[in-house]
Write a new protein. Structure first.
Length: 42
């Protein structure tokens, strides 16, 4: 999990939305792996 300063810096860039999307997808994939189910990419 990125720290607050990193989030603040990223939120000021145009890449923030893309970064957040990747972060959420990675978190979802980890949860799916733990649950041992197949996930569809968002």
């Amino acid at each position: 999990v990125p720290n607050r300063l990193e989030v603040l810096r990223l939120s000021m860039t145009s890449n923030y939305k893309d970064y957040n999307r990747k972060f959420v997808r990675t978190a979802q994939n980890l949860l799916c792996q733990r649950a041992n189910v197949t996930c569809t990419n968002v």
